[in-house]
Design a protein around this ligand. Structure first.
Ligand SMILES: [Zn+2]
Length: 101
């Protein structure tokens, strides 16, 4: 799964309409997750969140111990879903505030 594909599956930023991207980080190293990060114990503490490339708005972050690399997309997907939900909520608020002004 490429970053491109993940970005396309998400709604645009509710604040600026910019392109969001899902990010997964190794919480221990605060860096992008690499296959070699999975060491002897086989569990990594991973955080995933979605952020907007244009304005830096961030979606809800999810942190979880992940035992296998194939589980990474699951966490990413959860972050993407939270972004989309939040997006819909915030867009409604935004539209309401514009109309109210
Ligand atoms: Zn934005």
């Amino acid at each position: 799964m490429s970053h491109q594909t993940e970005c396309e599956t998400m709604l645009p930023c509710p604040f600026c309409g910019g392109p969001p991207c899902a990010v997964v980080m190794n919480e221990t190293t605060s860096r992008a997750v690499r296959d070699e990060d999975w060491g002897e114990d086989g569990v990594l503490f991973i955080s995933a969140h979605v952020f907007c490339h244009e304005c830096g708005a961030r979606g809800e972050a999810f942190q979880e111990p992940i035992a296998l690399p194939p589980e990474l997309p699951v966490l990413k997907e959860r972050a993407a879903k939270a972004w989309n939900d939040r997006n819909a909520r915030h867009l409604g608020l935004y539209v309401a505030s514009v109309r109210g002004a």
